[in-house]
Design a protein around this ligand. Structure first.
Ligand code: KIV
Ligand code: ZN
Length: 517
């Protein structure tokens, strides 16, 4: 029998929790819209008690997205549950997700509680959550290391109190597939009322087994899996959504489950997340890595050309990776650009097309062939989540064996243009020093990473910057065939976000949140 498995996406909560993945509320909303297009059933939008920013994000997502269930996480604390309940109040379908550790290790060393105390606290919390919604999920954190009798006792209580989903997480990625599957079988067989609830798996990848464990749980009766796009998440990450979904699609006879995911949206979602966080999947990452469909060996290339299925178990188009047939260049017109974006799955507004055509012609002047990856970089670059108040109008650097020197001109919220010259250890340091001087903002660089968007010497360089400005953690990104210019653009992007954050704070918006880092 083929069962429907609910895809519970936690990219915006467990995924975002990992260092370096933090997104602004605007970025979260943009990703949430794409997760909706991807077809996730449940979208865990955040942890409202973590910050006012998280609470606001959950509220905004719940207000706008009416199809998926919007979940908010809460510890078994009264205040957490109230905040999560408030955050999903306007949702068309809201879920309150409460969790408590159940393993003796966590009870003794983290919560300093007895089993009985934990059981009572979980009971009170589920009751409180039920006052906000009928859709309550209970997670027994560290379930895979919990004594089985106690786990059954907790699960039975959760069902009796009205939880509708019971999640048994492998919080520290410790379980092996057979063992994790057996836990689901035994708990489901022993607990009264087991057939009244949805059983959910939530796996971390510390041993590289998160997807295998999720599949084992499905085989053992779980009908919900919690996962993240690109497998991002704490430490080694969470189970990768795209891998679970495609395992079910490619091996239906064995896996015997289906999902509601629109697989053609997988690549687009993966790329959007990567651009928002600056963290791209490793090249050999299954399904979405740059090399996932590249065939270097001649014998493989020959086979794939004769018949795709010889060495390819998934058609790239089925996950939204277009096989490029059209290369654009400086003679390509606006119409060709619009058509290529359409083929890549993006319908552009007239205004966006005008902006992108301008950026495209500037790029085509510097680069002979403009490839799909370049177009994606231009598109993502064009979504500045903060108004572009500071603009870089001129950059010149001199570098070599002597100290580098940069000359920068900018326009901004001041009348007219400002310029500065500065020196630095290298061209990027010099450009940053000149920008800092113009804006009178000291900048502390935390990390700067560079990625070449396409192969080739004329490739566009994409710079992702993490920095601190005025006590705030910020991220910025910039793209150019010149990596010094790309870095300067990334810094200006971060500075624009800082200005945007200041404006929001001035309208009484909480300032403790992170702005993109
Ligand atoms: O890993 C975990 O146990 C969690 C819970 C909060 C579900 O993320
Ligand atoms: Zn987790």
């Amino acid at each position: 029998m083929v069962r429907h498995v609910t895809i519970f996406d936690t990219t915006l909560r467990d995924g975002e929790q990992a260092p370096g993945n933090t997104m602004t509320p605007e970025e979260k909303l943009r990703l949430a819209r794409q997760l909706d297009a991807l077809g996730v059933d449940v979208l865990e939008a955040g942890f409202p008690a973590a910050s006012e920013g998280d609470a606001r994000s959950v509220r905004e997502i719940a207000l706008e997205l009416r199809r998926p269930v919007i979940a908010a996480l809460a510890r078994c604390h009264e205040r957490d549950i109230d905040l999560a309940g408030e955050a999903i109040r306007e949702a068309a379908r809201g879920r309150l997700h409460v969790f408590l550790s159940t393993s003796d290790l966590h009870l003794e060393h983290k919560l300093r509680m007895t089993r009985d105390e934990a059981l009572e606290l979980a009971r009170r919390s589920i009751r409180q959550a039920r006052r906000y919604t009928e859709d309550v999920e209970f997670s027994a954190e560290d379930a895979s290391r919990t004594d089985l009798d106690f786990l059954c006792q907790v699960a039975e209580m959760a069902i009796a109190e009205g939880a509708t989903t019971v999640n048994l997480p492998d919080t520290v990625g410790y379980a092996l597939p057979e063992e994790y599957g057996r836990m689901f079988e035994e708990v489901r067989a022993r607990v009264a009322g087991a057939d009244r609830v949805v059983w959910s798996a939530h796996c971390h990848d510390d041993l590289g087994l998160a997807v295998a464990n999720s599949l084992a749980a499905i085989a053992a009766g779980a009908t919900q899996v919690e996962c993240t796009v690109n497998g991002i998440g704490e430490r080694a990450g969470n189970a990768a959504l795209e891998e679970i979904v495609m395992a079910g699609k490619v091996r239906p006879q064995l896996a015997r489950f289906e999902t509601s995911i629109h697989t053609q949206e997988i690549y687009r979602t993966s790329q959007l997340l990567a651009y928002l966080t600056g963290s791209f999947p490793q090249p050999n990452k299954a399904i979405v890595g740059r090399n996932a469909f590249a065939h270097e060996a001649g014998i493989h290339q020959h086979g794939v050309l004769q018949h795709g299925l010889t060495y390819e178990i998934i058609r790239p188009e089925s996950v939204g990776i277009p096989r490029s047939t059209l290369v654009l260049g400086k003679h390509s017109g606006r119409h060709a650009l619009e058509r290529r974006y359409q083929e890549l799955g993006y319908d552009l507004t007239e205004e966006k097309l005008t902006q992108l055509y301008r950026d495209f012609t500037a790029l085509a002047d510097r680069k002979r062939e403009v490839l799909d990856e370049d177009l994606l970089a231009l598109l993502h670059e064009s979504f500045h989540d903060a108004p572009e108040e500071h603009l870089l109008t001129h950059l010149r650097v001199i570098c070599g064996s002597v100290n580098a020197e940069a000359e920068v001109r900018m326009t901004g919220p001041w009348s007219g243009e400002r310029s500065a010259q500065a020196r630095g250890d290298g061209p990027i340091a010099a450009a940053f020093a000149a920008i800092s001087e113009i804006l009178e903002r000291p900048v502390e660089v935390i990390n700067l990473s560079l990625r070449s968007v396409t192969p080739g010497r004329d490739s566009v360089g994409q710079v992702f910057l993490q920095c601190r400005i005025g006590g705030k953690s910020l991220s910025g990104q910039g793209a150019s065939t010149d990596i010094v210019e790309a870095s300067a653009r990334a810094l200006v992007h971060a500075l624009n976000k800082e200005r945007h954050a200041e404006r929001l704070e001035a309208t009484a918006y909480n300032s403790t949140q992170h702005w993109g880092v």
